[in-house]
Every structure is written in C-alpha cells, then in structure tokens.
Ligand binder design. Structure first.
Ligand code: SF4
Length: 605
C-alpha cells in the first residue's frame, strides 16, 4: 500500500504455535474502516461468531492505531484494543494513550492481531519485523506499573513502549485493564483477554518512518490547533485539574454518583474536588500526551511515594460512589486499582454495590471474609479491591462481573447499575433521558465515552427526537476519534471546529475527505459493532438503563423526586431506532446496511 498516514501492514501472531503472518493493509479496507476502533470492529466481526467466548483462545485481541496516531495532531497517542468483552460477552473496545500505538506504527504495523494462547506466561517483544517471546515468570503477580518499569529495564532499551496487565488480568477478572505509561484501556475487561492468552506484557520498538502526505500543511494546521488550545479560556484550569475539575460542577447540577447511585448530590464533594487535590498535592506537575500542549494529565506524588493522576471518573467512582471523603484515600484506591490492573470505574461501581447490599443486609460480614463494607470505609474498599483482583471470597463473585453478582444475590438486580453487563460510569441519569439512552444503547454497555450528552440536555430543552439525534451524532463522532487515533478533548472541552479532523486526516493520508464522510464511516462502524452484538443475542431488551433509573426517585438536589419515565423512554428508543434505520427490535434494516456499504453483513442479521 502506498498511501500515507498508515504504516501499511498488519501483523498477526498465533500465540499457540508462534506462526506469524504479515500482510499489507488494503487501501479500500483502510479507507472504509479508518483505523483504530474501526479496524478492530471489522476484524472482530470477521474473526468471531456467536459461539466464540471472550476468554477462549479463539477470541482475538486486536491492537490498532489510527491514521493520525503518532503524527502531528494534538493528543495523537491514542490506540485501540478490541476483542469480545469478558464483561459483556459481546463487542468490547477501549482506547489507550502513551507511545504504544506510535511504536507499533514505527515497527511497521497499523494492526497487531493476537490469536491463540501461549503455553506459559509470556511477554511479547516486537522490534520491527522481529517477534520474540520471553518468559513472564519474573513478572507474574506483580503490578502493572512495576512490570512496565522492570521490563523496560530488563530490555535495556528506553525506546520500547510497553503495555502490561496486573494481577487482575492474570486472574481473568472481567473488569481488568491494560496499562501503558499511566494510561489505561480500562473498560470492557480486555486485560483479562490478554491474561487468558498468557500475555503479561507487550513491548514494541521500531524505526520505520511514517509517511505523511502533506507535511507542510499538516505542520501549519497543527500549529494553528495548538495555539487555539493554548489560548483557550479553560486552558489553565484544564491543565491544573483536567477532568477532576468537573467534580463540583457535576454535584451542583445533581448527577454525581453517591453511595452506589442512590443519591446524586453529596455534602462532602469539596473534599474530593479538583481544588482539594491541588491544595493537598502541591507537588503535582503538568504532563502531556503526545503532541498536545493542553497537558491535562498532571502527575503528583503521595507521601507513600505513589504517583497519582486521578480523573473525574476515578474520583467519582472511588470517592462519592463509595462514600470516601478523603482525597488521599481516593487517590490510594485509584493507584491500587491501577497496579492491580482493575478498571477504576467498574471497581468503584462493584465496591458500591457490595456496600449497598451490606447496608440492606443482603450479604453478611461472613460473606465478605470478615470485613464490614460500610460507606466510606477505606480499609474495606481497599480489601475488596484486593479480593476482586485475586478472586478471594466475595471478590471471586465480583471478579466475574456485575451480572454474576446479580445471579448470586438476585434481589440486587434492583440496585445493580449496569447496561449489558458493563458497570455504569459516573453519572446519574435518572433526570436525563438522553444520557440514559446513551448508556443503554452504547455498544460496549454503560460507558459515557460513546455519547456524553448530559452536558447538552442540562443546558437546553430538546424534543425527544432532537435528543435521539444528538445521541446518534455523538455515538458517531466520539468513536470517530478512536478510529483516527486522537484525543477527543480538544473538541469536547475546547470546542475546536470538528471539521479540523477531516483536514488532519486529509493531510496525513493524502485522500481529500470531508467531516461528513468520516462521520458516515463511523456510522458504518457503529452498525458493525451492533451486528456483532446482535449475533451474540443482544436486542432491544438489552437497550434499557438499569431498574434504579426508573424506580428510585432522586432523594435530594435539583432533581429531587425525578425518575426516568418508562413510556417516554420507550418513545425515545423507538425514535432512536427509526433515525438509525433499525427495526423496532434494534436490528439494522437491509437498506441501512446497503447505504453504509455493509451489504456483506445482510445475510447474517
Ligand atoms: S487534552 Fe489532555 S488527555 Fe487529551 S491529549 Fe491533551 S493532555 Fe492528553
């Protein structure tokens, strides 16, 4: 392939027999599926079927960079992991920052597909075309950060980028993350897929140049974008606090998760806020992703020597959601999740669930291995995280996900907060029909990164149709950034003109493409992920928010007394399907698949 932006090749490794295949990236494939998540989704559709189970050797894990990954675009370190999710048993993907995607491209590959299973725990080492394995025995049982550091030392080459899993991934915990350089592919449990393949770490290094179609134009646009970001009115606060700065605002508008989403405002919010963090951790310093001068990924050190960098979700789910009101304790839980290789959102959600079940006397101290999981009990929360990661006691039930907890304690269905088996992230959606729809129809389950429309519906009154349209637009635009391989904050938080990404794409790849064309391709990819889910039994019945959203009125705050109205939700779900060109059961219609160039999917769904 001789067009630019891409490395131009796909590397596929069968871990069972060490068979390695290298093939060229087909131009039509690249244009149609863009990169990153798009490549992952299409490959996952082609390589799995209804019978493939997430933790089997047959489930591939796909690391895929985008056409902008590693190039002169703000925040271009983004790379996708894709596979069948151990959390939802359906489509799963998660995005990571750092240098791992850039190194993959420098090694000469846009995509790495891992099939099969290593006979012994191993680390995969890729240096340009050379693929080797080393024993992971020295790293087994160790934390994700620790292993990255040790492996880099052992490889004795600072040019390697390394991604790792923690003990949770090794123990096939269904909310395990993948870590690299303090960034995380946290959601959907893909760390457990790596664990199931006996892969503890992947190290990549290479020295290929990545071709750029119009380097001068790209440089000009990059400078323009970065000066826009630097001069933006929120640049200073965003650099100091990042998304942590949202905590107090989310509390004020009344959608903060408090005590397992029972409440939506919290009297101790200022204790876990961005301002509090700055006050307590005075030694923080700005840290930036690849080619981004926003530098919102600040790092601080605790007295115990932990390096920390909490974001909104970490603090909401491991703070207010479990009643912890000391920022240093929240930070310690956050750090422990990271080392154990647990997704902080799912972990905070599960700990909150146990605390509520304990409060309701559904589970006893004995069932919790002698700990008392009461709200705000730091030690209990800490121990629960250890128990989940190591599959001990009640942790073994939680390690198999929120639906497994419901199966074991059936009454918890009324307060277990998830969609499709993915634990809900940090926004209470009872007053927000659009955000409820966004969670419920997200292809990976209840995660805000597919469509975070709460911001919009809190500011304006929309008709149901307008909200459904907004959700759909976000479900195409936000994942588009995961296809391209760039950070979405410049658009979401700094309101940069979205069409700039079409120009970035055109200058990198050398194919003049409009923003609308990119959005249409992202829509096609959304239909592929829907098809993967449909093939695995997901239909309309799975597109509903959790029962608490409908049944338990918000106890206090601006939305006191609010629940999501069931008939209105049915209406918006119908509208959503109609606008997408799906049937009333949520199945893409033949004409929709034709319109999106997905004719070959028709016979399967
Ligand atoms: S905006 Fe923040 S998260 Fe995004 S690339 Fe820049 S520093 Fe990284």
């Amino acid at each position: 392939m001789n067009f630019s932006g891409y490395a131009g090749r796909i590397l596929e490794i069968n871990l069972t027999n060490e068979q390695i295949k290298v093939r060229s990236l087909d131009k039509n494939f690249a244009v149609k599926y863009i990169g990153g998540r798009g490549f992952g989704a299409r490959i996952l559709w082609d390589r799995t079927d209804a019978t493939t189970t997430p933790l089997s050797p047959e489930n591939p894990i796909i690391m895929s960079a985008g056409p902008l990954t590693g190039l002169l675009v703000p925040g271009s370190g983004k790379t996708s992991f894709t596979g069948l999710s151990p959390a939802t048993e359906s489509f799963g993907d998660s995005n990571i920052g750092g240098h791992i995607g850039l190194r993959l491209k420098q090694a000469g590959f846009d995509v790495l597909i891992l099939n099969g299973k290593r006979p012994i725990p191993s680390c995969l080492i890729i240096q340009n075309d050379k693929v080797t394995f080393i024993s992971a025995t020295p790293y087994i049982g160790k934390g994700a950060f620790q292993v990255e550091k040790e492996l880099k030392n052992d490889l004795d080459d600072t040019n390697f980028a390394v991604c790792t899993i923690g003990p949770a991934g090794e123990n096939l915990v269904r909310c395990s993350s993948i870590q690299s350089e303090f960034r995380f592919a946290g959601r959907t449990g893909l760390g457990a897929v790596l664990g199931s393949k006996n892969i503890k770490a992947i190290a990549i290094q290479g020295d290929h140049e990545i071709p750029i179609a119009e380097p001068d134009q790209l440089l000009k646009l990059f400078k323009k974008a970065n000066s826009y970001l630097k001069e933006h009115k929120i640049a200073d606060i965003w650099q100091r606090q990042g998304t942590l700065g949202l905590v107090e605002g989310v509390n004020e508008v009344g959608i903060l998760p408090v005590r397992n989403f029972q409440d939506a405002v919290w009297e101790y919010t200022s204790e876990i806020s961005g301002n509090k963090f700055e006050e307590v951790f005075t030694n923080w310093h700005a840290h930036s992703c690849l080619y981004c001068n926003v530098a919102c990924e600040g790092i601080a050190s605790t007295e115990k020597g932990l390096r920390v960098r909490p974001q909104y979700e970490n603090v909401a789910m491991l703070g207010s959601n479990i009643g912890i009101k000391d920022i240093t304790e929240v930070v310690e839980l956050n750090h422990r999740c990271n080392e154990l290789g647990l997704d902080t959102i799912s972990a905070g959600n599960l700990v909150g669930l146990v605390m509520e079940a304990f409060e309701r006397k559904m589970i006893s101290k004995k069932e919790c291995n002698g700990i008392e999981p009461t709200w705000g009990n730091f030690q209990a929360a800490y121990e629960l995280l250890e128990m989940i990661a190591h599959r001990e006691g009640i942790g073994n039930i939680l390690a198999d996900g929120i639906r497994n907890f419901i199966k074991t304690f059936p009454q918890s269905i009324n307060f277990a907060m998830h969609c499709k088996g993915l634990e809900q992230s940090g926004y209470d959606t009872r007053p927000l029909i659009g955000m409820s729809l966004a969670y419920a129809t997200a292809d990976i389950g209840a995660h805000h990164n597919r469509a975070w429309v709460a911001y919009h519906e809190l500011r304006k009154n929309y008709t149901l149709k307008e909200i459904a349209q907004l959700v759909i637009f976000h479900q195409h635009f936000r994942p588009l950034m995961d296809c391209l391989g760039a950070c979405r904050f410049p658009w979401i938080e700094f309101e940069i003109d979205p069409s700039i990404y079409a120009d970035f794409y055109s200058f990198c790849v050398g194919i003049k493409t409009s923003f609308q064309q990119l959005i249409e391709r992202s829509e096609a990819i959304y239909n592929i992920t829907r098809a993967i889910n449909l093939r695995r039994g997901i239909t309309r019945k799975d597109d509903y928010p959790p029962p608490r959203t409908f049944n338990d009125p918000v106890p206090q705050g601006p939305f006191q007394g609010k629940v999501l109205e069931k008939d209105k939700y049915e209406q918006i779900l119908n509208l959503y399907y109609e606008l997408r060109g799906w049937t009333e059961e949520g199945i893409p219609k033949k004409e929709t698949l034709n319109r999106l160039g997905l004719e070959d999917l028709i016979e399967y769904i």
